[in-house]
Design a protein around this ligand. Structure first.
Ligand code: FES
Ligand SMILES: [Fe+2]
Length: 370
């Protein structure tokens, strides 16, 4: 019996019996096209930052896995989002960020209000049955959480806060004011792998002893665990305290205050965004497929009081720490992608002790792909 025909390989099989996703899901362009519709088209996608949409009239064009979109702060103060596609002959109504009372297509000048209505369409008076009311910009859903603006192309998907489930209340209950945090640094990393290779890797600590020896020294590996929920998971990766005889700077590089570490929250939200929240800062990782075997990962660091206070040093440390780990992960992910292309490999098995987060993600992928 081939591995893919094994009874335990069925979608939704428990981790003890499950197989990993077949390798073609990580290599074939057709699969990514299906994922754009069924996964990225049906979930909340982080598209912009509230800081870029603070004033009425602010607008930000966004490309979401191939779909041109525009997010605006309308004149009534509400966030709105539309397909960035003119209803005439499909020009784009916003080419760069800006602040305006209306959006004008750069092709023939049709002009739309920030509520999406078509306000002016020159020389259309001789066109029979043409009513501007029928040709407004097509609206999409938009919601904000903290400093982030999300959009969703699916009118039937659950609301953002419903999909985020306990994340916002846990974050608020822990006393973190994420809405007040400011973007300080952004780094983009190009990774030659399928986007799911990167997400799989993020969702387990199983590789830490081998792939991240420096990180392994810092962590309480036995206490590392991942809790899974409907559309998100939460990792517990406590940094261990100094042992007797260990010296900061010699044996250990990254020791944070015991307070901060106990309180750190690490979230992944299906399908492609992670939030790592500390008392004085937060990092966000966004995973964007560029093609079936190429992925852009965006790291952003937000800080409660940029440029002030003792947190500044820990911020620099956090950025350097993430950067080192990220380079180790990129190397692993690119190796894995080459392995997935091998004719010798199709599916593997999970460590039922250590890879429940990966199994959870792959089960959601299977569910959404149908
Ligand atoms: S395509 Fe936009 S005005 Fe013609
Ligand atoms: Fe890693």
């Amino acid at each position: 019996m081939a591995a893919t025909d094994a009874p335990g390989a069925a979608a939704g099989a428990p981790i003890e019996r499950a197989f990993t996703l077949p390798s073609r899901l990580y290599t074939e362009p057709d699969v990514l096209e299906a994922e754009k519709v069924r996964i990225f088209g049906r979930t909340w996608q982080l598209a912009a930052r509230t800081a870029d949409l603070a004033r009425p009239g602010d607008f930000v064009p966004v490309e979401l896995v191939g779909e041109p979109l525009v997010v605006v702060r309308a004149l009534d103060g509400e966030l709105r989002a539309f397909y960035n596609v003119c209803r005439h002959r499909a020009g784009q109504v916003a080419l760069s960020r800006g602040n305006r009372k209306s959006l004008q297509c750069r092709y023939h000048g049709w002009t739309y209000g920030l509520d999406g209505t078509l306000r002016a369409a020159p020389e259309m008076d001789a066109t029979e049955g043409f009513d501007t009311a029928d040709f407004g910009l097509e609206a999409i859903r938009v919601e904000a959480w903290g400093p982030f603006v999300f959009v969703c192309l699916d009118p039937d998907a659950p609301a953002l806060l419903e999909m985020m489930d306990s994340i916002p209340t846990e974050v608020a209950a822990a006393g973190f004011d994420v809405a007040a945090m400011t973007l300080v640094e952004r780094r983009d990393y190009l990774v030659e792998c399928n986007w799911k290779v990167y997400v799989d890797n993020y969702l387990e600590g199983y590789h830490i002893p081998i792939a991240h020896p420096a990180l392994f020294r810092e962590l309480d590996y036995d206490a590392y665990r991942v809790d899974t929920f409907r559309y998100h998971s939460r990792s517990h990766a406590p940094i261990r305290e100094l042992r007797d005889g260990e010296e900061l700077g010699r044996d250990r590089r990254y020791v944070r205050s015991a307070d901060g570490e106990e309180d750190a929250l690490y979230y992944w939200l299906f399908p492609n965004v992670m939030f790592n929240i500390y008392p004085d800062n937060m990092s966000m990782n966004l995973v964007l497929p560029l093609s079936a075997e190429r992925t852009l990962t965006i790291f952003e660091w937000y800080f409660a009081q940029p440029g002030t206070g003792p947190g500044w040093e820990s911020m620099q440390q956090t950025v350097a720490f993430s950067d080192q780990i990220q380079h180790e992960d990129i190397e692993i992910c690119e190796q894995v992608q080459r392995g997935l292309r091998s004719r010798s490999y199709d599916r593997g098995r999970f460590s039922a002790r250590r890879e429940n987060g990966v199994h959870h993600f792959q089960s959601l992928v299977t569910e959404f792909l149908g």
